[in-house]
Design a protein around this ligand. Structure first.
Ligand SMILES: [Zn+2]
Length: 223
């Protein structure tokens, strides 16, 4: 192609020229033209930068996406760690952990005897958490009361009295060897005890009003 090319033909060829698809002869003709035509040089320049941009873009995008993915993974990892920690903490605080309330944190009041021989009393627990569980147990000659609390996030200063429902303990048993002789509150351990009533203890008799309340709460079956 030794001859002069016109601008239209050169510019039509430029895309192929850039990509190296044109023949050697064509290349020479194009270069010859470009050397003397600033218009076509400009077109070539703008095509080159466009092509570069085009080629560079996907790589940049991939790097960017990789970065985002990596960040997402990190965020997801941290979130999982935080969630697991919260769950563990919640399990620790709200789980099955129960603490027996010491007898020094318990007040016994309103101990009196009903007409039928039952013993009435009230337990107030001074807790710095909240009452979790009230347990009582009767075996051979004793009745044992225990109160538990959950209190991990409360300080000792936050103690508040929690009144438990009234108790009426029946003493008589068909078997005299099973007769109840003691009712006590059991605190932290066997040595942490508070006697509520003991056989032979001198306690007041219930008033008529108290008897009436007893009847209301524990109606006797009619025979
Ligand atoms: Zn030209």
């Amino acid at each position: 192609m030794g001859q002069q090319l016109n601008c239209h033909i050169v510019q039509d060829l430029l895309p192929n020229y850039i990509e190296g698809l044109t023949s050697e002869g064509t290349n020479e003709a194009i270069q010859e033209h470009l050397a003397s035509c600033s218009d076509c040089r400009q077109v070539l320049d703008s095509m080159m930068t466009e092509t570069e941009g085009f080629q560079a873009a996907p790589q940049k995008q991939i790097n960017f996406l990789k970065k985002i993915k990596r960040r997402q993974w990190i965020v997801a990892g941290i979130s999982v760690c935080i969630a697991v920690s919260i769950l563990l903490a919640a399990f620790y605080f709200f789980g099955t952990r129960k603490f027996p309330i010491a007898s020094s944190d318990v007040t016994i009041s309103d101990v009196y005897q009903m007409k039928d021989g039952s013993i009435h009393f009230r337990i107030t627990a001074h807790v710095n958490g909240y009452l979790s569980n009230v347990g009582s147990l009767v075996d051979t000659n004793r009745e044992v009361h225990r109160i538990y609390e959950r209190r991990r996030f409360f300080s000792e200063q936050d103690k508040k009295p929690e009144k438990l429902p009234e108790y009426w303990s029946t003493l008589d048993s068909p078997d005299p060897t099973q007769e109840k002789t003691i009712i006590y509150y059991q605190g932290k351990d066997d040595s942490d005890r508070l006697v509520i009533w003991e056989k032979g203890m001198n306690i007041p008799k219930a008033t008529a009003e108290q008897e009436a309340a007893y009847e209301r709460t524990n109606p006797k079956p009619d025979f």
